[in-house]
Design a binder for this molecule. Structure first.
Ligand code: LMR
Length: 330
């Protein structure tokens, strides 16, 4: 009997040694976003993040990018991300967070930032970090800010002075600050998903829109507008977000490696966003689009016309926060 027990034990050990090591399953991160176009800041940054993770963390983590809203639009993605099952990562524009928090409203105040460098410094400040970290209460974690760039305005007729926008219908993103901005011009704002904008401009559901050069070119908005006016009146930037439940369930070393790659990609790609938008501006011209530039005085008139929006939201956003943001324009 003892002999058989010993034989059995030896056989069991032999089987264990011979068995192939059980490999930990590869972690898949589905990254959903709504833009497209080979020269788009977000499209390229998301692809670069996936490329670096898939090379350096091969066999451990795989990032799959779903651009062009093919997985979820920006409204659905927030709901799905909190659940963390169908999608784990996204990069909605800061104006889309209105659906879950008012903390991002500061970014939509018209003529708040003079340029993307000022935006960059504000985002890197304690205030910018606090806004990103506030998402944690909502089941989402903010990993980084990604730049797109400054917004331009277009419509079915030329926009040179604020009165030119009066009576027109404009597509806006989710934020109520943007709604107020167009109301202030005597226009009618309409919230609408990004993927519906081209059709809505084409069929006259709306008459105009505001967006960055990279979105205006990649979505061909300029083709169905009279022209684009270079107003630089606001920004479209992104928060790269992950499902908190998913992220906190990852092994610490994996999380750390992903955070390192995210920081590297953010640093590399954010520095290129301005050039990419200027390239897209040139592409609009090359494709026969009309661009109208404003004199200093004309631009000042748009800024003055939109200024009451600040008064409307300043108490809620915080006067000190606005002052801090303005401070980076110097
Ligand atoms: C928009 O909806 O106009 C933008 O937020 C799209 C984007 O992600 O740049």
């Amino acid at each position: 009997m003892r002999f058989f027990k010993v034989c059995f034990a030896i056989a069991a050990i032999a089987m264990l040694v011979a068995a192939p090591a059980v490999k930990a399953a590869e972690i898949v991160i589905k990254f959903s976003h709504v833009t497209s176009g080979q020269a788009h800041p977000k499209y390229l940054a998301a692809d670069e993040f996936a490329k670096r993770v898939n090379e350096r963390m091969k066999g451990k983590v795989r990032v799959e990018v779903y651009p062009g809203g093919q997985l979820f639009d920006d409204k659905q993605v927030l709901i799905e991300l909190i659940k963390g099952k169908a999608v784990q990562m996204a990069a909605p524009s800061l104006s889309k967070f209105e659906a879950i928090t008012k903390k991002f409203r500061i970014f939509d105040l018209p003529f708040l930032f003079d340029n993307i460098d000022a935006v960059n410094q504000f985002q890197a400040s304690k205030h910018g970090k606090a806004i990103l970290n506030s998402l944690s209460k909502k089941g989402i974690l903010g990993l980084a800010y990604w730049h797109n760039g400054l917004k331009q305005m277009s419509a079915k007729n030329a926009l040179l002075k604020p009165a030119d926008a009066k009576g027109l219908k404009f597509r806006v993103q989710q934020s109520d600050v943007l709604v107020a901005q167009f109301k202030q011009l005597g226009a009618t704002p309409q919230k609408m998903a990004f993927k519906e904008v081209y059709g809505a401009l084409q069929t006259g559901v709306v008459d105009g829109q505001e967006n960055t050069w990279s979105n205006i070119y990649s979505k061909k908005f300029f083709e169905v507008q009279d022209g684009v006016t270079e107003t630089d009146h606001g920004i479209i930037d992104y928060a790269v977000i992950v499902s908190k439940r998913f992220w906190e369930g990852l092994p610490a070393d994996i999380r750390g490696e992903l955070e390192t790659i995210m920081a590297e990609v953010t640093n590399d790609r954010n520095g290129l966003s301005r050039k990419l938008n200027l390239d897209n501006r040139q592409k609009v011209l090359d494709a026969g689009g009309t661009i109208r530039t404003l004199s200093g005085e004309q631009r000042q008139a748009w800024s003055k016309a939109m200024q009451p929006v600040w008064d409307q939201f300043a108490d809620e956003i915080g006067h000190d926060l606005i002052k801090a943001a303005r401070g980076y324009n110097m």
